[in-house]
Ligand binder design. Structure first.
Ligand code: UD1
Ligand code: CA
Length: 472
């Protein structure tokens, strides 16, 4: 096992976020910041994960118990520094083997990089190792001070650094590996004699080094992986970097993304080969998109299952299944529980919820379908409304196979339309229509001749009618 214990420091207040939400619960690419760190750490399969929580404790603990109930949380009541937080995480435990310590606000870190770092630490038999990167703007980070022979000496915080040290571009990522027993031994030796009056975990490195222990600074190639989120600007930067990383992954897997800068795919989504994603689209949550499907432009899919060869144009869909070869949009809204079978169509300006539309059935224009079961090969005429709500309760409508619902039909639920039946355009259908019948539910038309000439005399309409009369 490369690592026995992982300690995640996540008690910070995140003051600069100016938020009612705990910093580590702010989301990028479909997961809270902490969720990305947990995913990277789980990749290492450690024996135990200990998370120090503080600010927003309750919501952070709730999230952890939801996604990683095996993790232990430790409460840090008051900020005392990263060294203090680590002391709390270790207290009362006999920790052996390799310990990995990292922060909860670095969503870009990958499990692969952490594994490679641990590999260097373990194979080199170091007592302490720190993951570092060359940062083009090191402001705010702890700097890596090396000896004349280029070995790690110690870490100095920005606020405690000399002008000369501020010119060091190699920074502390906040990720460390320790020999557990030796960390237990030295964690009590740090003091708060620094500009912030806090206990710095970074000081443990210098202490161990002075005691003659072997320490290493392990440089990470891609500095973007260590970027932390402290404010909303960095939150957006991380989101954009993750977006690019995810898009590049899918493009390598055979997905065409027309405009990667406006395409947002959550880490939890899955796309098949030869899927095409047009600009302005978001593929969110647990959405899966099968081979050959075409998504967008300007489409948002949340927790959807899009089958092979389906097309979704300028639409929003949530918790819906879009069947093989089915088409949606433009401008449609599929709400939770929509099921479009193979070859079905939800056309322009159509809203559907909690309904299934059978194979090759169509709802082509301007309709609302709620709480309905529609059979195969059926056509729902333009502007049909499934009137599912009586003001108190919701009711179900059943429409059979090869039905033709006339345009502007109101289907007052609960109601059932039999196989092969029709409804007349403009009908208000309150009673079941048997198979093969036509339901007509509308007033008979009457024409009042000359009404405009009498009641709207002199109007443009009246004049037009008169001119027509003269021409005969
Ligand atoms: C820390 C490092 C710095 C490094 C940087 C990388 C120290 C002293 N400095 O600085 O060298 O370059 O991270 O991002 O460690 N936390 C707690 N309890 C505390 C204090 C912090 O849980 O009492 C947590 C925070 O929630 C955060 C992490 O520890 O997740 C780091 O704390 P932060 O205040 O962001 O440290 P930096 O000043 O950024
Ligand atoms: Ca930080």
């Amino acid at each position: 096992m490369a690592v026995e214990t992982v300690i995640i420091l996540a008690a910070g207040e995140g003051t600069r976020m100016k938020s009612n939400t705990a910093k580590v619960l702010h989301r990028v690419a479909g997961r809270p910041l902490l969720g990305h760190v947990l995913a990277a750490v789980e990749h290492l399969q450690p024996k135990e994960i200990r998370i120090v929580v503080g600010s927003g404790r309750q919501s952070v603990e709730e999230y952890i118990s939801e996604v990683l109930p095996s993790a232990t949380t430790i409460f840090q009541e008051k900020r005392g520094g990263t060294g203090h937080a680590t002391q709390l995480a270790l207290a009362g435990n006999d920790i052996r083997g390799t310990v990995l310590v990292l922060a909860g606000d670095t969503p870009m870190l990958t499990g692969q990089s952490l594994a490679a770092f641990l590999q260097v630490h373990n194979s080199g038999n170091f007592t302490a190792s720190v993951l570092t990167a060359e940062h083009p703007d090191p402001t705010g980070y702890g700097r890596i001070v090396r000896t004349a022979s280029d070995e790690l000496s110690h870490i100095v915080e920005e606020r405690d650094a000399t002008d000369e040290e501020k010119f060091i571009f190699e920074v502390n990522s906040g990720v460390y590996a320790f020999d557990g027993a030796k960390l237990m031994n030295s964690i009590g030796k740090i003091t708060d004699a620094n500009a912030q009056g806090e206990l710095y975990l970074t000081d443990v490195i210098g202490i161990l080094k002075r005691e003659g222990e072997s320490t290493a600074a392990v440089l990470l190639e891609d500095f973007t992986e260590i970027l932390g989120v402290n404010d909303r600007i960095q939150l957006a930067e991380s989101a954009a970097l993750l977006r690019d990383r995810i898009n590049e992954h899918w493009m390598r897997e055979g997905v065409t993304i027309i405009d990667p800068t406006t395409t947002w795919i959550d880490v939890t989504a899955q796309l098949g080969r030869d899927v095409t994603v047009h600009p302005g689209s978001s593929i969110l949550g647990t959405t899966t998109i099968a081979t050959g499907a075409v998504i967008g432009p300007r489409t948002t899919l949340t927790d959807c299952d899009v089958k092979e060869g389906a097309a979704v144009l300028e639409s929003i869909a949530i918790e819906s299944v879009i069947g093989e070869g089915a088409t949606v949009g433009p401008f449609s809204y599929l709400r939770s529980g929509t099921f479009l079978d193979e070859g079905a169509k939800a056309g322009a300006f159509v809203e559907i919820k909690n309904s299934s539309v059978g194979r090759a059935s169509k709802v082509p224009h301007l309709s609302y379908v709620g709480d309905a079961t529609i059979g195969e090969g059926t056509n729902i005429g333009a502007a049909t409304i499934f009137v599912n709500y009586d003001g108190v309760d919701k009711h179900h409508t059943t429409v059979g196979d090869h039905v033709r619902i006339g345009s502007d039909t109101m289907l007052i639920a609960p109601v059932s339309i039999g196989d092969g039946a029709y409804t007349a355009a403009g009908s208000v259908i309150t009673e079941d229509v048997p198979a093969g019948a036509i339901g007509v539910g509308r007033a008979k038309q009457r024409n009042v001749l000359g009404w405009v000439l009498r009641k709207r005399a002199g109007s443009k309409s009246a004049k037009a009618a008169e001119a027509k009369e003269k021409k005969g």
